[in-house]
Design a protein around this ligand. Structure first.
Ligand code: KIV
Length: 268
């Protein structure tokens, strides 16, 4: 593979400006991180979904900061050019002081380039404090798995005008607070399109329709090996591929060529 320049938040911004889709996949270990980079994935997300797909928990809530540091460091050790975003686990950013201390550990011990936080306007103050101190932030709206018990399950968000408008306002407030990227999870196609068009920063969707500036999938969903019920928005790319590298390349190609997600993997 030809050497690629390192991807930064500025690169992602330029990709949005020229209409090139951003490809992101979750990564939790060194072997898959190498395969993902070789397939052309630009952003590796060390997601707290590892609590479910690696650790076997029912939700992401039991994941600890030390788990995130461990998996982020496994990925960072072999990292080449991809941007590494690392999730801040449940309640590790409940106050500004806690967020600064824990984000610093994810960067210095886990090799994160950017940290990801779930929530709307309530985390704007934390986002501002982190970015003012040089810690890039990816925000996450829509289905925010750390709030699963408050949301009443893993279900689509922003269905009605009131919640959709509030989410759109939250997105603007998070951008104003300094967020560099916004993940949108499990929302109607129209809302994904509206938010992506309004923001200057790139959006990365998962079940948020084809008009987001990029797409992310959980690696094990993409390979069809997640146990139990599969989310409707995910797709098994290994099904029609000869091996894992071919499946990863198929995902990259389908996102870049705007073939994924199609209507079957989106919500209207
Ligand atoms: O933890 C994770 O893998 C995530 C993605 C679902 C976006 O947050």
């Amino acid at each position: 593979m030809a050497e690629r320049a390192s991807i930064s938040s500025r690169s992602l911004l330029r990709m949005k400006q020229r209409g090139e889709k951003i490809v992101c996949v979750t990564a939790y270990d060194a072997s898959f991180a190498v395969q993902l980079e070789e397939a052309g994935v630009e952003v590796l997300l060390v997601g707290d979904s590892l609590g479910m797909v690696i650790q076997g928990h029912e939700s992401t809530l039991p994941v600890r900061l030390t788990d995130m540091i461990y998996h982020a460091a496994c990925v960072a050790r072999v990292g080449k050019s991809a941007l590494r975003i690392v999730d801040m686990p449940f309640m590790s950013y409940a106050s500004v002081g806690q967020a600064l201390e824990n984000a610093a550990r994810l960067m210095s011990e886990g090799g994160a380039h950017m940290v990801k936080l779930e929530g709307g306007r309530v985390i704007a103050e934390v986002v501002q404090a982190l970015t003012e101190r040089g810690i890039p932030v990816c925000a996450h709206l829509g289905l925010t798995p750390q709030s699963v018990h408050q949301l009443g399950g893993y279900r689509m968000q922003g269905r009605d005008d009131e919640t959709a408008n509030r989410m759109q306002e939250d997105a603007v407030l998070l951008e104003q607070a300094g967020a560099s990227v916004l993940v949108l999870e499990c929302i109607p196609v129209d809302l994904g399109r509206r938010i992506s068009a309004q923001l200057h920063i790139p959006t990365i969707g998962i079940g948020a329709g084809p008009d987001c500036d990029g797409q992310v999938l959980v690696l094990y969903d993409l390979l069809g090996i997640t146990p139990g019920r599969k989310p409707r928005f995910s797709h098994d790319f290994l099904q029609h591929a000869a091996d894992v590298p071919e499946a990863l390349r198929a995902f990259v190609r389908d996102v870049k060529e705007e073939r994924f997600p199609d209507a079957e993997h989106s919500f209207s």
